[in-house]
Design a protein around this ligand. Structure first.
Ligand code: AVJ
Length: 320
């Protein structure tokens, strides 16, 4: 069998200048914040992979066990031979495990930069020579125009890992509406989401005993130092995270251990002792609220699979 050549398409990359302006504005705002997308530099991506190995971080492991246990049912719901569009594909490992069951005609891994995808797609193309692979560089959280190279037939958006938790419920709804519009009448969405559970388990998952999540959070400052030419000293900051029950979300912050002044290209700010930079929200859902959100966005025929403790849920939703 001949291996199909994979192709890569990079769509509108934000300029470094835009990036810096956006970051600077977030840091200068009264309640300072930085987007969680800045966690994932080379080291941050490795730290996130380490988080997924932690005993406290049940999310990825539980999701994988659901896919393993119900792969047959999931494939039956989804159907074979479609277009698998993998949002935030990274190393493409989660989607690759679905290939034997879903047998997609085309695989479209999407990530901010195609540079993150090249190696993984190259390897995968060798293992699955008959699947047409098109890597897309695209910030799908802001826009979702798919190039003509992405087939229209049975588009399945794959959004695992509870990454949807980084959106507020309002933004998640808007995002689902865009997915719904982009997937055509015969398409759908396969998504993993973290469920509400006793706060003690949620808090442990985002503040592990080894301190890997703390390192992951603090590493954002090292990334900002490079992106902005900033002079954050990570020894002056601490990781703070907790479950906000009223808002049903984990909140993560970097908190100044004492009064500090930070300078960067085109900006400067003093932080008082205890002042925080908000770095992430990770929303948790009830099964009913999440299914309702999908329905509000126009999806139907929703099937769902969970682990025995109902800690995590995988949903398949149809466009019509
Ligand atoms: C990749 C957004 C799903 O919210 O659980 C892990 C990121 N942050 N530990 C999550 C994360 C801290 C993760 N998501």
């Amino acid at each position: 069998m001949t291996t199909k050549p994979s192709e890569f398409i990079q769509l509108h990359h934000a300029s470094d200048q835009q990036l810096r302006a956006e970051l600077s504005a977030g840091l200068l705002t009264a309640s300072a914040y930085a987007s969680p997308k800045y966690f994932y530099d080379a080291l941050g991506s490795k730290l996130f992979a380490a988080i997924c190995e932690l005993p406290e971080y049940y999310l990825s492991r539980t999701e994988a066990s659901i896919f393993d246990a119900y792969l047959g049912e999931i494939a039956e719901a989804v159907g074979v031979g479609g277009t698998l569009i993998d949002l935030g594909a990274g190393n493409c490992a989660k989607a690759a495990r679905l290939f034997p069951a879903l047998q997609p005609a085309q695989y479209v891994p999407v990530d901010i930069s195609i540079d993150f995808l090249r190696d993984a797609v190259g390897d995968l193309q060798q293992r699955f020579p008959h699947i047409q692979m098109t890597g897309l560089g695209l910030d799908f959280s802001s826009a979702l125009q798919l190039p003509d190279r992405v087939q229209l037939n049975k588009r399945l958006f794959f959004y695992p890992g509870s990454s949807i938790g980084n959106f507020t419920p309002d933004d998640a709804l808007a995002f689902f509406r865009r997915l719904h519009a982009a997937c055509g009448d015969d398409g759908g969405l396969l998504i993993g989401v973290d469920l509400i559970k006793a706060p003690v388990f949620l808090n442990a998952a985002y503040d592990d005993a080894l301190g890997v999540t703390a390192s992951f959070n603090l590493n954002l400052l090292l990334h900002l130092n490079r992106l902005l030419g900033a002079d954050f000293n990570i020894a002056e900051w601490r990781h703070v995270s907790f479950f906000n029950t009223a808002q049903s979300r984990i909140e993560m912050y970097l908190e100044a251990r004492h009064a500090v002044t930070v300078k960067w290209q085109g900006g400067e700010r003093g932080f008082q002792q205890g002042e925080r930079i908000h770095t992430e929200n990770s929303y948790k859902y009830t099964t009913d609220d999440f299914v309702q959100l999908l329905q509000q966005a126009g999806f139907g025929g929703i099937r769902r699979w969970s682990d025995a403790d109902d800690w995590f849920m995988v949903c398949h939703a149809r466009a019509t």
